[in-house]
Design a protein around this ligand. Sequence first.
Ligand SMILES: NC(=O)c1ccc[n+]([C@@H]2O[C@H](COP(=O)([O-])OP(=O)(O)OC[C@H]3O[C@@H](n4cnc5c(N)ncnc54)[C@H](O)[C@@H]3O)[C@@H](O)[C@H]2O)c1
Length: 353
Amino acid sequence: MIEISEDICCSKVNIVIGKGALSKLSEIKDKNVALIHSKKINVDGIKTYLERFYDIPINDGEDSKDLSNVMLIIKELFNRGFDRGDYLVALGGGTVTDVAGFVASIYLRGINLINIPTTLLGMVDASIGGKNGVNFGDIKNVLGTFYQPSLIISDLKFLETLPADELLKGLAEVIKYGLTLDKELYDFLSLNKDKILAKDEEALEEIIYRSSLDKINVVKEDERENKGIRIVLNFGHTIGHAIEAGSEFMIAHGYAVSVGMLCEAKIAEELGYAEEGVVEDVLWLIQLYGLPYDVSQLKYDINLDKAISAIERDKKHRGNVIKMPFPTRIGSWKGVDVPLEIIKGFAFQCLRK
Ligand SMILES: NC(=O)c1ccc[n+]([C@@H]2O[C@H](COP(=O)([O-])OP(=O)(O)OC[C@H]3O[C@@H](n4cnc5c(N)ncnc54)[C@H](O)[C@@H]3O)[C@@H](O)[C@H]2O)c1
């Protein structure tokens, strides 16, 4: 079991990674605990470490990131007399931790939050960093806050049941950390594909540990995304989001980001920010894991008008530029203001079949 402990502004955040990490739950004593969990996740393991808790099962998936679920949980907490010293424990993928995190941040202006991610994406990304949110209409994450969980428990046991495609979607984000922040992670991913895809415990622990550390270190420097540092986590996401929007969100985020990373690496190289060879290194790792790197490999067509208009509406753009995180060489990056017209031009090339 590996532990990480960091101060994010005014909160201490602990992350515990490994098989058996769930035992950390036994440290909660004499408090009310509400367990918000995906209906699909078996909670028997939790009962071993928590004597009693209020069970609040919810649906998971993108549709569950809705205010109706937020209200359902708030009513339960209120009716059961939860106060600020009590605990909300979120158990599930990124959709569940996003909903529960939002509730934890607004109920009584903030109640203790523990995240127990059950997907690889949740463990390496969604459960860390304090962002939460629900969708509004068909626009993602319109309503949300920054609110840090005090504890994140990444117990590898949950990954045993995770389908291979969900593992791959999480791996796209792990690859992102390797390409922009962590050459050692890039090398580890290069050398350990078979073990990782076979869910070898030590290999998974290593990539979750390195990814968690990479993300928390970025968040520590720029919690609110206003210092130009947290944007590195968006590598592959500008084009990735255009792909998602252009396919009416039929193409999964992880696959869209995977294609987005290669396209954005090409932009970085063409504009002279990435060293020669970076594009080949990005392509090589994406291909190694069987992730898509070209739109022709995606299952759904992309409507170019919708994709380009998503870039124009990108939350990250200020005036006529978007600050893009470009890999300069493997494991290093630089934030560059790129005119919208240039990004649109490249996007057009990358997204055309
Ligand atoms: N807050 C953040 O910083 C942040 C960062 C990245 C992504 N996100 C959000 O995370 C969400 C995506 O997260 P996700 O990929 O975990 O999606 P998800 O929560 O929909 O889970 C994906 C699928 O895996 C299933 N599942 C979950 N755990 C399982 C397990 N242990 N075994 C078998 N099946 C399991 C779920 O039922 C679901 O079908 C998106 O809404 C995205 O916006 C948030």
